[in-house]
Each structure stands twice: as structure tokens, then as C-alpha cells.
Design a protein. Structure first.
Length: 225
């Protein structure tokens, strides 16, 4: 091959090489994408704050409902008593009331102190099962017998205090009854506060604590202040 032809061939190869390199650079430029613009991050959706659960009054024992399963609409108040005796239970009080000429136990519920029944045991009287008026708080119009649920705690609270188990059971029972009968807390009272003629249920009974505890009825067994 002559020198002229060799030079011509070399130049031709050089042009082709430069052309290929240029195409590769052009292809690389075309394949490169511009960086994405900075976008503000969208806030992460958060669950709305939950409101605190509505306090619920505690449910009662099955036998706290009348045998018919239906509670009368007659009840508008609750009257708490003490037995003024160191011992006793629903059966002995029933006998004592019948000996006085009454037809049956005057209270709707009796809460034991561990002497003749369990400490804190709630005994349901026959009047409650039949939704019958009480015989525990006589007034001129007899309102508190006709419309009041009578609860008696065994003990003499002019001398001693209710046991902690009695108070815990009383709080649960009263919370159950006020919830079932739509009785406001201020309608929970005592024999003495109604008639002003008796000390029942004694100066050591914590009525103020009982009323306060109804607002916290999710915590049965609160200690009296």
C-alpha cells in the first residue's frame, strides 16, 4: 500500500472513531435525567386524639335484679341504715320485724359485717324481689317508704365503723341501683338526714364519702376519707 493510501485509510478510521465517541457522549447526555426538585414532605396523617372513656357504673350481681328481671320505676331515692346491733343478718331482722307485726323484712338489702353473715355479703330481701314498698323510713307522707330503697348495714355505727368490705359492697350496690333507677347522687341519703329524729346510721357512717364515691364508681372499694 502506498503511503498516500495508508494515510487516507488512517484518517478515515480516525473520523469514524471520533464519530462513535461523539455518539456515545451524546447518548450519555440524553440518558442523564435532571435531578428532581426538592418537594416539601407531606405531613404524616395522625389519628385524631381519642376522648377519655365515659365512666360507667359497675354492674351488679345477678341476684341484685328482681326475680322478674324488671326494676320498677317507683324508686327515686336510696336510704341507708344501720342495724344498731353488733350482729345480725336478713333472717334475724326479718323475724324481729315480723314480731313487731310487720309483714316481712322492712329493708330491701342487708349488708353483713361477718358476724351472722359474710363480711360485706349483700343479702337481697323479699321486698326487692317483688318490688314492694319499704318499711324502713316513716315520714308523714310516707314518701321514703313508697319510693326509697332501704339498705341496712349490720353494726352500731354510733360506737364502731363499718368494715371496709361493707363499704366496698355498699358502694357497688348503690352505684348499681343509682345507675339502674336513674337516681341522682344527691338522692342517696340516710335515715337520720331524712327524719332528723334518729342518729341512724350513726355518726361514724361516712355519707359524704359515699356520695363522692359515686362519681368514681369505676373504682369499687374506695377507702373513706
Amino acid at each position: 500500500m502506498k503511503f498516500t493510501e495508508f494515510r487516507r485509510a488512517a484518517l478515515s478510521l480516525g473520523i469514524i472513531s471520533i464519530g462513535l465517541a461523539g455518539c456515545q457522549k451524546k447518548q450519555q447526555v440524553q440518558t442523564q435525567r435532571p435531578p428532581a426538585p426538592n418537594r416539601p414532605r407531606e405531613p404524616i396523617a395522625q389519628a385524631p386524639p381519642q376522648s377519655p372513656p365515659t365512666p360507667r357504673r359497675p354492674t351488679g350481681q345477678p341476684d341484685w335484679f328482681p326475680r322478674s328481671g324488671k326494676i320498677s320505676s317507683r324508686w327515686t331515692t336510696i336510704v341507708v341504715h344501720h342495724s344498731a346491733t353488733p350482729t345480725g343478718n336478713a333472717r334475724t331482722f326479718d323475724k324481729g320485724h315480723r314480731d313487731k307485726g310487720w309483714d316481712e323484712l322492712g329493708y330491701h338489702f342487708v349488708i353483713g359485717n361477718g358476724s351472722s353473715s359474710g363480711d360485706g355479703q349483700v343479702e337481697v330481701g323479699s321486698r326487692w324481689h317483688t318490688q314492694k314498698h319499704g318499711a324502713h323510713c316513716k315520714t308523714p307522707d310516707n314518701y321514703y317508704n313508697d319510693h326509697g330503697i332501704g339498705i341496712c348495714l349490720v353494726g352500731d355505727f354510733t360506737r364502731t365503723r363499718p368494715t371496709q368490705r361493707q363499704l366496698a359492697s355498699l358502694q357497688r350496690l348503690v352505684a348499681f341501683l343509682t345507675g339502674q333507677c336513674n337516681i341522682p347522687d344527691y338522692k342517696v341519703t340516710t335515715h337520720g338526714l331524712v327524719t332528723r329524729k334518729t342518729l341512724c346510721p350513726g355518726r361514724n357512717f361516712p355519707i359524704a364519702w359515699l356520695r363522692r364515691s359515686l362519681a368514681l364508681s369505676d373504682s369499687p372499694g374506695m377507702q373513706p376519707q
